[in-house]
Design a protein around this ligand. Structure first.
Ligand SMILES: *[C@@H]1O[C@H](CO)[C@@H](O)[C@H](O)[C@H]1NC(C)=O
Length: 348
């Protein structure tokens, strides 16, 4: 049963590679302009407004460019359908492939009988981070690398991490801010803190280190105070005015890119680290941004919303779909999903 699957998988990879090679210009193809830092510098130049509009409306794909989307990722054809047991799963072929690899298709896929599929067991199985331990003093490099990462995370100071969030929220901010992308004048500030929350949640799950648990809990607690002080659900290390600029298609670095990191970090704190406060925080953020999207569409048009998303789509979609599967929230929230989803529908 495994051999035909490997062949089908190899065929898919070849098709995907061929499609990528012939695809139009797209942000997924790394160029110098893929760098957020290079783009932010370019946007600061005189004439940047024109450059940005050209980039948004000309070079990038837009929602009417369906053919380009289909070129990027052609739906797998006959081979997969046959491999999925001859059922007509065309619409969901990618999901069918994934579930079959995991042995979760009814009947086991590949025409095998349910009994023999069960005997063979699933091809892939997910294991919780909580159930795997690496030896930090062993011979394998992985355990030592993990300890290096843990020690790095422990070097980071909660007060310094949340400095710009507190300042933004009008709260006292002891300590000093970090530099780099977290610098108090940098438009991406807060981004690294989101990554920290994700990394710390996964590191804690992988090691059970109680010192790290205390640190990350302090960061979540401080962010919660900042969100409460704002009173709208907004939670960021920079002012909401950045989103006004984003919606007006005026130069700003990458506010949704940054907010996505914070939302994902909080969601990881909920899902991976079991922090009971984090889910409500990320849901409040989702509601706040749903409100913003609704206003953009009302004030301008859905096309304006799509145009602004040309800059920063993927991460927000991903975290919102995850959040939706956990919370299955209100119509308000599904409105945001719908408006984001439109743009990707043709891909699937
Ligand atoms: C957490 O990890 C660090 C670095 O390995 C270690 O020094 C510390 O004792 C650990 N904390 C706890 C509570 O185990």
């Amino acid at each position: 049963m495994a051999a035909p699957w490997r062949a089908a998988w190899a065929a898919v990879m070849v098709m995907a590679a061929a499609a990528a090679a012939s695809a139009k210009e797209c942000t997924n193809i790394p160029t110098q302009l893929s760098s957020h830092t290079v783009r932010a510098r370019l946007q600061a130049f005189p004439g940047a407004e024109e450059w940005r509009l050209r980039e948004l409306f000309h070079d990038h794909l837009n929602p009417t460019d369906e053919a380009a989307w289909m070129d990027l990722m052609p739906p797998p054809r006959g081979g997969l359908r046959a491999a999925a047991g001859g059922h007509d799963h065309e619409e969901f072929d990618w999901a069918v492939l994934y579930r079959s690899l995991k042995g979760q298709l009814p009947g086991g896929g590949g025409g095998a009988s349910p009994a023999s599929a069960a005997a063979a067991g699933p091809f892939l199985e997910e294991v919780s981070l909580h159930d795997v331990r690496l030896d930090p003093d062993g011979d394998a490099a992985y355990g030592r690398a993990q300890r290096t990462n843990l020690e790095y995370l422990l070097l980071l100071d909660p007060d310094r991490l949340v400095w710009s969030f507190r300042t933004q929220a009008g709260l006292p901010a002891p300590g000093e801010p970090y530099g780099g992308w977290e610098g108090p004048d940098v438009e991406l500030r807060g981004h690294f803190v989101g990554h920290y929350l994700s990394a710390a949640a996964k590191m804690w799950a992988s090691t059970g280190n109680a010192t790290l648990a205390g640190r990350m809990s302090a960061v979540v607690g401080a962010l919660r105070e900042c969100q409460r002080a704002a009173g709208t659900g907004y939670l960021s290390a920079f002012p909401a005015e950045f989103f006004d600029r984003f919606e007006a298609v005026r130069p700003v670095w990458a506010p949704y890119y940054t907010v996505h990191k914070i939302m994902q970090g909080l969601l990881d704190q909920h899902v991976v680290a079991g922090d009971g406060r984090a889910l409500g925080m990320v849901a409040a953020m989702a509601d706040y941004f749903a409100g913003r999207v609704r206003n953009v569409i009302r004030r301008y048009s859905v096309e304006r919303h799509w145009a602004s998303l040309n800059e920063e789509t993927g991460g927000m979609n991903d975290v919102l779909y995850q959040l939706y599967t956990i919370t299955v929230r209100s119509a308000f929230f599904s409105f945001l999903l719908e408006s984001l989803h439109q743009r990707f529908r043709s891909t699937f």
